[in-house]
Design a protein around this ligand. Structure first.
Ligand code: ADP
Ligand code: MG
Length: 394
């Protein structure tokens, strides 16, 4: 879907819902993380960029104090009274939301804004998206970012982009109940064409870094394995707990405070599993810093080895890869990619590969063939370029 089609879909859904035109249309992108995985909640470094795929929210105000959300992904709109939000959320840890899970993203944004002291009139919110869902490309941050941008304007909240990213994160953590970090929301709010966002997840200081992938004659291929991950359940929370345990053993507030030089001591103090979780985070933080330096000093052609090392660390130390992701990475490399790695939280989702621009078809075909040979479902493969962050579109 192009952005125009997604806009049309959101606007058409709004009109079908209300019989009127929306007051405005806002959108926010998904993201790819170039490097820095599971470092965000350890107060470390990440280097994501926003992608051209976007989630669009067509929104209008109502005369009453109710919020209704609808999405092209589902037949059933969800409607609640605004003051009911304070009873519905937060979602207790380990529980599922009191509303259908997808609706907890946009309604959670409204709740988080109220928690931050802003509220306003009732709203109708119609959502359409071409961000693949559950693929590690952060359709969740996209729906949060589009909704947060709309409500920021319609409720006159006056929040800046970083504050809106925090609102989105709070919705995801406390309303949906998914214990994710701040990276996705920051990338979706702050993205800029041709730039990656070098983010310090402790200070939330963000610096744009030109990636120069197209200038180098290269492309980033996304290989969506279509293996769905689930953040609110599964291994994500367990990995977070291991990181907290590791930090506690090292006597620091977070793994951000452990350096590569400290790893020998960490190995003496910890059991093997905790140590390997720690080693991933510590070396991954260093790889983000190295990547920023290499991009600045040598350009995109020189980052391949860092991508490969990041994947190996997630496969062997953090143990969040799956056979489909490993096959995608290995096949892309064998077909000539300069580097490749799984991207996003793991346990499924997508891999990225840095390839020559003229190799898109060849690498895609090789990966598709390898998936067929292995008996995996057919992957969805496309290229991405760094794109603009959240904004009002109409
Ligand atoms: P990812 O962010 O990698 O795509 P998540 O599990 O974090 O995966 O978020 C996906 C969830 O976000 C979906 O299962 C759904 O609940 C919600 N979501 C995302 N986009 C939409 C949309 N356009 N309409 C409705 N719900 C959506
Ligand atoms: Mg997500």
């Amino acid at each position: 879907m192009t952005i125009a089609t997604t806009h049309d879909a959101a606007t058409a859904l709004f009109t079908a819902l209300t019989g009127a035109a929306p007051a405005g249309v806002w959108s926010a992108p998904g993201r790819v993380n170039l490097i820095g995985e599971h470092t965000d909640y350890n107060e470390g470094f990440v280097l994501p960029f926003a992608i051209p795929h976007r989630t669009v929210a067509a929104v209008g105000t109502r005369d009453d104090s109710r919020i209704r959300v609808a999405s092209t992904f589902t037949d059933a709109p969800v409607e609640v009274a605004i003051d009911e939000l304070d009873r519905l959320f937060p979602t207790p840890t380990g529980k599922t939301p009191a509303v259908p899970e997808w609706a907890a993203y946009p309604l959670g944004v409204a709740w988080a804004l109220r928690q931050a002291g802003t509220t306003g009139s009732g709203l109708d919110i119609a959502i359409a998206s071409d961000v693949p869902v559950g693929a590690g490309l952060s359709s969740s941050a996209a729906i949060e970012g589009a909704t947060a941008s709309a409500l920021n304007d319609l409720w006159d909240a006056g929040l800046d982009r970083t504050a809106l990213a925090r609102i989105g994160r709070r919705a995801e953590n406390e309303a949906v109940g998914a214990p994710t970090g701040i990276m996705d929301q920051m990338a979706s709010m702050l993205g800029q064409p041709d730039e990656a966002i070098f983010l310090d997840c402790r200070s939330l200081e963000a610096v744009v870094v030109p990636v120069g992938i197209a200038e180098a004659g290269l492309a980033i291929l996304v290989i969506d394995t279509r293996v769905k991950h689930a953040h609110s359940t599964g291994g994500y929370g367990e990995r977070r707990a291991a990181c907290e345990r590791g930090a506690a053993i090292m006597g620091v507030p977070s793994l951000r405070d452990v350096s590569v030089d400290d790893l020998a001591r960490a190995e003496e103090l910890m059991d093997d599993v905790t140590f390997r979780r720690v080693r991933h985070v510590v070396t991954e933080n260093q790889r983000v810093l190295d990547m920023v330096r290499v991009l600045r000093e040598q350009g995109a052609r020189a980052i391949g080895d860092l991508l490969v090392a990041s994947h190996a660390s997630m496969r062997d130390d953090f143990e969040i890869s799956v056979p489909e992701l490993d096959t995608a990475v290995e096949t892309a490399l064998a077909a000539g990619a300069l580097g490749a790695r799984m991207t996003g939280g793991g346990f499924g989702g997508a891999a990225i590969a840095l390839i020559e621009q003229d190799a898109v078809q060849r690498v895609s075909d090789a990966v598709t063939a390898a998936f067929a040979d292995a008996g995996f479902i057919e992957p969805v493969i496309f290229t991405v370029t760094p794109a603009a962050g959240a904004h009002r579109d109409a």
